[in-house]
Design a protein around this ligand. Structure first.
Ligand code: NAP
Length: 249
């Protein structure tokens, strides 16, 4: 059976947790990062251990360079060489038009979603290269359908960071192909996680379901399937892909 050591940023809750549990179910050793909610991280690790899996939880703010370097060092110390990295940690902020947004709010969204993605992708670029005779390493970035919808009146700042993540994916796939690293992105649509509560609208996924052609929110597990496919050897010729998991949106 294929065994891929995987690091998932923001792997303690939501989509990241579903990726962590799915990876463990495939027999992959897991390192997951968390930022403020230790209890959620511990619970995810406990669930993996209960499945006879291997998991380690590491605290790191993805917007802080030293934290990101330490995260990768600790993940490698626990699991050995990493085969796959999922750049998943992200935040939204309360819904409002751009005209009402403060600098602090925009900076927080950009720091976590864009600078954080760049720092984590840079660390992956430094550590994942391997000879072409070996199975490729994989970097999977979690973008959003917001990158193509723009999220007007809700969070155009968030949507702009995800558009940048798409562009990063396209460029980095070309830059790292020669080092045997595949780089891809997944764009989730409306997914039922606590991210909406953190943006002040706990019921958002259900309230907006009528805008989705499939007429329902997606689950974290449905997104995780796509991420895990891109992270695994079955996606051996996929690079530079941006895969929408949005129920037709
Ligand atoms: P979530 O349930 O709110 O989980 C967010 C995760 O990111 C948590 O593990 C959190 O850790 C971590 N995190 C937040 N800020 C961080 C920071 N500064 N440094 C390190 N980790 C941090 O969110 P989700 O819905 O699963 O979203 C995961 C990804 O999918 C995000 O990139 C999001 O933009 C994207 N996405 C989500 C949806 C959706 O509808 N849910 C749609 C499209 C795209 P703590 O809890 O410890 O703070």
């Amino acid at each position: 059976m294929e065994k891929r050591a995987i690091l998932i940023t923001g792997g303690s809750r939501g989509i990241g947790r579903a990726v962590a549990l799915g990876a463990a179910a495939r027999g992959w050793p897991v390192a997951l990062s968390w930022h403020s909610d230790r209890a959620a991280a511990d619970e995810t690790v406990e669930q993996i251990v209960a499945l006879d899996g291997q998991a380690v939880a590491i605290r790191a703010d993805v917007a802080v360079e030293g934290d990101v370097v330490a995260l990768f060092e600790q993940a490698e110390a626990a699991l050995g060489r990493l085969d796959a990295v999922v750049v998943n940690a992200g935040i939204v902020a309360p819904s409002m038009p751009l005209a009402e947004m403060s600098l602090d709010r925009m900076r927080a969204v950009i720091d976590t979603n864009l600078l954080g993605a760049l720092l984590c992708a840079r660390e992956a670029a430094r550590r994942l290269p391997r000879p072409v005779e070996e199975p490729a390493a994989a970097l999977v970035l979690v973008s959003s359908i917001a990158a193509k919808l723009g999220s007007p009146y809700e969070y155009v700042d968030y949507a702009a960071t995800k558009g940048a993540v798409d562009t990063l994916t396209i460029g980095l796939a070309k830059e790292l192909a020669g080092q045997n690293i595949r780089v891809n992105a997944v764009r989730p649509g409306l997914i039922d996680t606590a991210i909406h509560a953190s943006g002040g609208r706990p019921g958002r996924a259900r309230e907006l379901a009528h805008l989705v052609p499939m007429q329902r929110p997606g689950t974290p597990e449905e997104v995780a399937e796509a991420i895990l496919w891109l992270a695994g050897g079955a996606a051996s010729y996929a690079s530079g892909a941006i895969l929408d998991i949005g129920g037709g949106r």
